[in-house]
Structures are given as C-alpha cells and as structure tokens.
Write a protein that binds this ligand. Sequence first.
Ligand SMILES: Nc1ncnc2c1ncn2[C@@H]1O[C@H](COP(=O)(O)OP(=O)(O)OP(=O)(O)O)[C@@H](O)[C@H]1O
Length: 597
Amino acid sequence: MAHRIRKRGWEEFMAVGRASPDVRSEVLQSWQRSAGRRIEKLKHAPLLSEEELLTQRAQARRLRFGARAALARAGSLLGESDNILLLCDRSGVVLDAVGDETTLARGRENHLHLGGHWTEDAIGTNAIGTAIALARPVELRDAEHFCEEIHRWNCAATPITDPGTGHLLGVMDISWPSELTQTSAMALSAALALQVESELTRLLARERELLMEQLHLRRLRRGNEPMLIMDRSGADVFATENFVRFCEDDNALRRLRERIPNLIDQAPDTISEALAGCLPGTDMEVIETGRDAIGVLISLRRPRLHTGESCPDLVRLGAAGAASSTLSAQAQRLAQTTIPLLIEGETGTGKTYLACAIHRASPQSGGPFELIDCARLTAERLREDIQKRRIGADDGVLCLNGPAEASPEVQKLLLTLIEDMSGAGMRIIALATRPLYKEMQKGAFRSDLYYRLAGAKLEIQPLRERPDEIAPLLRALVGRHMAERGGRELKFTSGAMAALTAHTWPGNLLEMSNLIATLDALSPTGLIDVRALPPEFVQTLRGSGEETLRDKERHEILGAIEVENGNLTRTARRLGIARSTLYLKLESYGLPRMRKS
Ligand SMILES: Nc1ncnc2c1ncn2[C@@H]1O[C@H](COP(=O)(O)OP(=O)(O)OP(=O)(O)O)[C@@H](O)[C@H]1O
C-alpha cells in the first residue's frame, strides 16, 4: 500500500512536477532539488576510479580509523541479514562496504558499493545524499528514490559529525532490497554513527593529552616563552598566561582557528607552508604523531615588554646579593646609553630578564622590546622579515638571543640588518650562553658581527657561584609565582634550604622557576622539606638507611613547626590536622611542645 502511494506520488511528480500530499515533504523537496538534472534515467551512481578512491580514502583516514570497530562488528552481524553497511565520506563517496554478500553483489549493479558517489547532485534523492544535504538522519524506501533504477533499494543513513568542530565528516548507511521489511535500520545506523563519533572523541582527547605533553617539553627547553597550542579543530588546548597578554592580533588568531580544521589532514609540510605568515610575529610548529598532524603550537617570536607588576626592575634585581648589586649598578649606567650590549651567562641565568630590565630603565622605555631567538631563525624568514620591515622600530630594543646558534647565512643577514639600522634609534642587545669572543676565535662566529654586537659586555654569574643569593632569589620567585598563579605560599625548612643552597643549579633561575612550579603542584601542604625535593637535590642526605613512615611523619611535623616559627595552631592548620592531634603526636614522639601557640 505504502509502496503504491509512493509510486503514484512519484509518477505525478514526474508528469506534472507536483505530488500528492501523501508524499513526505522532505522527499518532495529532495525530488525538487533533483529535478532538472536529467538524471532520472540513470541506472547507477557515478563511480570513482581506483586511484581516485584511494585518494579519497587517504583523505578520510581519520573517519575510517574511527569507524573500524563499528564496521568490523556490525559487518559480521549483518553477514546473512540481507543488509549492507556503507561508510561514506562527506562528499557521499562509499569508502567501505560490509555485510551480506548477496546484497553486496546486488549493490554493485547500482554502484551502491566502494567508489560509488551518492550525492543528490549525482543520483538524485537517496538516503546518503539527502542525509548530507539535510545534515540529519534520513530513511528512504523504494519509490522515494529519485532514479527509477534505485527504487529497488531501501536505505537509512545517519550523518557522522566531527566531535571537535561539529562539521560533517561522513555518513553511516544501511541499505537492503526494497522487497524486504526492515524496521530497525534507522536506529542501527544512528547507533553506529554514534559509536564512530565516540571513538573520534576518545581519539581527540588522547591527542589533546599528547599536545599538552609536547607543550611541556618545549617549555622545559625554552622557558617562559609565550605559547599557545591548538588541537586539530582549532580549539585551544593550553595558552600560557603571557601569550594571552602579548598576542595583539585577535582577528588574525580567530582566522587561524577557522583555517586549522580545513588544513589539518594535509601533510605537515603543506600545513606549515599554508600557515606561514598567518599570525605575524609568531612561529608555528605543526605537531604530528606518525605521519598525521594533530595540532599546532604557536609561539610568540618577539614578546613585547609589558609594563605590568612583574616587569623586571633593575633595582629589585640588584637586591638579591652582592653579585647582583654590582651587576645592577653597571646595568643602570649602561641603560642611559645606546651602546650595543652583549650579555653573557649560562642558560637560565636571567639574560633576557636583565635585557628587559635595562630597557625599562632606559630613556627609550616606552618603545618596543623585540626578542628574536636566533637558533630558530631561518634565512628565508629573516630575509622576508627584513624586506617587509617587520623587524626593528626606531625607539626600541632589538634583543638577539643566541646569535652564535644562527647559521652562517643568518649571521650574514643579521649583519645586514644591523648595518641598515645603524643611525636609527634602535638599540641592539645580544644574549649568549657561551663566550662569544671564543666562538669568534674558533671561527664559529663572524668577527664583523661580533664587533657590532659587543659594544659593552655584562656577564651574569651562574647561581652556584653566588650561593648567598639562592635564598633571596627563591623567595622572589615564589612571590612572583604566587602573584601570577595565585594560591598559597611555599615554605622551605632549613634542611630543604641547605639542600637547595648546596645544589649546583645547572639550569640556574630557569631551573629554580620550574622547581617552584613543580613543588607547588605536588606539595599537599605547601611545606617543603628535603623529602619533597627531587632526588638531584638530596644526594647528600641519602644512604642513611630505610626511613619508617613514623620517621617521615616526625620530620614533616618538625619541618612544619619550623616554618611556622613554633606556632602550633598554624602548624596544625598547615598539616591539615586538629591541634589536639598535633599535641598527641608530639607527645608520642617524646617531643616537647616547644613554644606555646
Ligand atoms: N633577577 C631575577 N629575579 C627574578 N627572576 C628572574 C631573575 N632573572 C631571571 N629570572 C627568571 O628566571 C627565568 C629565566 O630567565 P631568562 O629567561 O631571562 O634566562 P636566560 O638567561 O635568558 O635563559 P636562556 O639562556 O635559556 O635563554 C625566567 O622565568 C625569569 O623571569
């Protein structure tokens, strides 16, 4: 009966362009979209060549990966059920076909099989094409199909959407011969599409974890560089607080977010090329696993000096101790000049920090502070930056970090840049972790560039050579960490402080800054005793034999009493126990109550 109504509706539509009210409106509208294409006599959908299908499958590899489990399970379940299951990409091409062998063979006759192209444009009203056109599940039976030859099919199709962007990724379709009754195909195709989407959601979550790992690795290497990491859908996975503060072009960032989902399935090199120059003043790195890109890391190439609270200050810098005080005095005098300046010091000693502080103390403090990481500069990019005058402003500082790490070609371009800028009011400050003079003597650094950079020289001593400054610097960095991140204050026991002072600090202040962030994240109480420090800080305390739980607790309590200056009320609060419990524990250890709280 239903078949007859549909058939009559179809005949009326073909004869006079109208159909009886019995025809569902979504079907009628689809017939109207399909009419006029001269396709009603087609016996089958267009078919892609094998090569085209391979390309199409490669482009949709993520969708196919997400659908693997669903196809494998449902494929075997549908084995002898007269049904076939088709996975199509967003352009309506069948990428995978599983299910009942006889029905699969029958599907081939209409190209309802691998490589068949089932958009409405190609073959008129059909579940796959109409589900794509309407972006919702669609079931079509026999004469509801536009081409007469396809009336031999019933089909139920559900769109699969990308969990990151919400964009259409493909379609899950179940088809069966029209002479057979099947009532649950729509529900099954919807359940399978949901299964694929869940799988893709899991994959995205895993990729976001990997992206976070990559970000942390880079932060360990590059320190406090402003960074933003986006996933494949252009959504932020993490942005450092200073990225948010420094990034000036919100519109360019928004356009970038929109472009990433369309580019991300290309080869990583193609993505890099397409994104180059998208966000001026940044470096973009495509993060990949295997051969697939999973996200993009954006780092600001030249953060501008900001004028906020935590902005480095030469007076504050000099307060850490004798060595810093001498350095600060020299720096204050040099700040009043525009002599090119070379700052040398091991990694993490605070060269960039000092350069910023000098700029801030200079008469040009209102101008920009541009930091260029020479190790990551390519000749092409620098040439382009120079040509487009993206580098240097008359009244600011151009800070070249690691010029000796630059390739000979980049060194030559830097020389040209500096020569072009001579006479303008721009100051050059170079930062080097190894003595630049020695690099020049070895022939690893151009002498003409050296003498243009090393007008005056400042050297920052490594932390291990100024142990008296470790405690004040630790306090300063804890204070800054609290101001930036909020939260409680870290307190160090005298044992912990002794271990920190004895440490050699190969990563200097950068290592100290990372240590503080780690301790803050890991310490439940904010009280840092020797046991809370990483192993490299406590070698001297090792080897004293096994420590019992009771010993640990005793140390923890003593440490807390120490940092709270004997105040037992505050000690109990810090340890998260009642004061009466603290008294009992002190008694059980045979410890006096010390000072009254
Ligand atoms: N005098 C200081 N007082 C407080 N914090 C400081 C001081 N000097 C540096 N820091 C902090 O220590 C960290 C490392 O400093 P910075 O990046 O300036 O070192 P760097 O010598 O330029 O490192 P690299 O050689 O690795 O580029 C930063 O987080 C910085 O803010």
